[in-house]
Write a protein that binds this ligand. Structure first.
Ligand SMILES: Cc1cc2nc3c(=O)[nH]c(=O)nc-3n(C[C@H](O)[C@H](O)[C@H](O)COP(=O)(O)OP(=O)(O)OC[C@H]3O[C@@H](n4cnc5c(N)ncnc54)[C@H](O)[C@@H]3O)c2cc1C
Length: 450
């Protein structure tokens, strides 16, 4: 017989403590890249993530496409590199990557589960100390320096003492808990409950592919109790699944309101399924295979040394302290009914994120990366897509690495920019874009706009 010995215990350890050079809060597109880059620069790096998995919205929200990674024009080239290369090659090797034309550029459809495994393997193969299920709830500062972060996990509390912090939480949670000023919109920015569907007629994909479904939705949404009247469905070729982005739900920032909104989003997603099954013959037997985590576009963000403006985005002028670039349109989800787009049709258009929009105005060692950098709401509605988020994550790690004892407001700019040269100046063609057909380009030009 197995001897199952037991003992009785009581709570003893109050909290664990860990020292780090860099602490990254949030393991989404920006945080993953920040943590990997920082560790590869030889910095002791801790990555704190509230969810029990890595990947943030890149993995958990079922977004389906990576935008903002390519230039505009008939033959788009990739503009962000670094650890992104490893992620894309990993996805390509697993046949989990598909390039398609969109809005005068190119987006990459990808499988989130495989992308999540890449993030886990890449972290495990690095020196990054990952702490999952770690919700930040207190930040201590000494003057303009963040000195320690305090998180709760289901297994107890943890204190991270660190020299520099990347706020990649999407919600400026580090600045918020430090008591620093943050911005929030006074009018709603709508989030989306994404779903993956299966069991539809693959032969009829053209019936709903791209933006076509929006035309039907516009006429019939009120019949189905739906808020939004535009959006799209993207089928992933050969995988028998499609990504559905057709709902809008609010993104409140209080505990009860955000939970209610999450449930409201699920209800909207179910209504979308009913709509699709009823209105599109190819969808008669469709099912929801997975509901993503609530999709959050904009909540709170930094008050930085400089606020990126829509005029800067439109002008495409490269600032001296540029860290990331993209050509993605302004995609403003500012009404419950739909999205307003501002496209940059010029094939050479490219706009930039400056370092000054990432560094908090009132701290010397706190930098944002991803969707909570400082910009006006229109500028953020472009640069928050994942391409520039990847590049911002890398840049945040380099900024903390190069600063030494100086303030992030006063780093060696030429040295910093030299490190980021590929993400600011190079253009590369990828093998997975080779088979994009000319007729896809023509079709996309014809029906790109919602
Ligand atoms: C519905 C929807 C569809 C979109 N579609 C696309 C698309 O097709 N292509 C594209 O490129 N972009 C798309 N975007 C935009 C893009 O997804 C995001 O802007 C981008 O993923 C942001 O990355 P991030 O790393 O800044 O933040 P996130 O991915 O949000 O990651 C932030 C992480 O921080 C963690 N965190 C937050 N608070 C705490 C805390 N207190 N303690 C610890 N951890 C915390 C969160 O759990 C999360 O994992 C979409 C966005 C939405 C909402």
């Amino acid at each position: 017989m197995i001897d199952r010995k037991t003992r009785t215990v009581r709570k003893t350890i109050e909290k664990q403590t860990i020292d780090a050079d860099v602490c990254v809060v949030g393991a989404g597109a920006a945080g993953i890249m920040a943590a990997l880059t920082s560790a590869r620069l030889g910095r002791r790096t801790v990555l704190l993530e509230a969810m029990p998995t890595l990947g943030g919205q890149l993995v958990g929200t079922l977004l389906g496409t990576i935008c903002g990674l390519y230039s505009n024009g008939p033959r788009p080239r990739r503009v962000t590199f670094g650890a992104v290369d490893e992620m894309l090659h990993y996805l390509d090797a697993a046949k989990a990557l598909h390039a398609r034309r969109a809005l005068n550029s190119l987006v990459l459809q990808y499988d989130e589960t495989i992308c999540g495994r890449w993030a886990e393997e890449a972290s495990s193969n690095s020196t990054v100390e990952v702490v999952l299920g770690a919700v930040l709830r207190e930040v201590r500062m000494d003057g303009r320096q963040v000195t320690s972060l305090h998180v709760a996990t289901r297994w107890g509390d943890l204190e991270v003492r660190c020299k520099g912090v990347v706020d990649a939480s999407g919600d400026a949670t580090v600045a918020w808990h430090a008591g620093l000023e943050v911005r929030e919109a006074t009018t709603p920015h709508w989030g989306t409950q994404m779903v993956t569907i299966e069991n539809f007629d693959q032969r009829a994909v053209a019936e709903f592919d791209g933006f076509h479904v929006a035309q039907v939705l516009k006429e019939k949404r009120s019949q189905y109790g739906l808020a939004r009247e535009d959006g799209f469905i993207f089928a992933f070729p050969g995988r028998n699944v499609a990504t559905v982005n057709l709902t809008h739900m609010p993104n409140p920032t209080d505990p009860i309101g955000s939970s209610r909104a999450a449930l409201e989003g699920r209800d909207q997603a179910d209504r979308i399924l009913t709509f699709l099954r009823t209105e599109l013959p190819s969808m008669r037997d469709a099912r929801i295979r997975a509901y993503g985590l609530p999709g959050i576009r904009q909540t709170r963000w930094f008050v930085s040394a400089h606020q990126l403006s829509i005029e800067e985005v439109r002008s495409g002028k490269r600032p001296e302290d540029a860290v990331a670039r993209c050509s993605w349109p302004v995609e403003a989800h500012d009404t419950a009914e739909g999205v307003s787009w501002e496209t940059f049709d010029g094939d050479d258009h490219m706009h930039y994120v400056p370092l000054r929009s990432m560094v908090h105005r009132d701290a010397d060692n706190l930098i944002a990366a991803g969707r909570c950098i400082d910009g006006d709401t229109a500028a953020l509605a472009s640069v928050r897509v994942m391409g520039p988020c990847f590049a911002m994550g890398q840049a945040a790690a380099h900024a903390l690495d190069i600063r030494g004892d100086r303030s992030l407001h006063d780093i060696d700019l030429p040295g910093f920019s030299a490190r980021l040269k590929p993400n600011l100046e190079e253009f590369r063609k990828d093998p997975w874009t080779e088979d994009l057909r000319e007729d896809e380009i023509v079709r996309e030009r014809a029906d790109a706009h919602v």
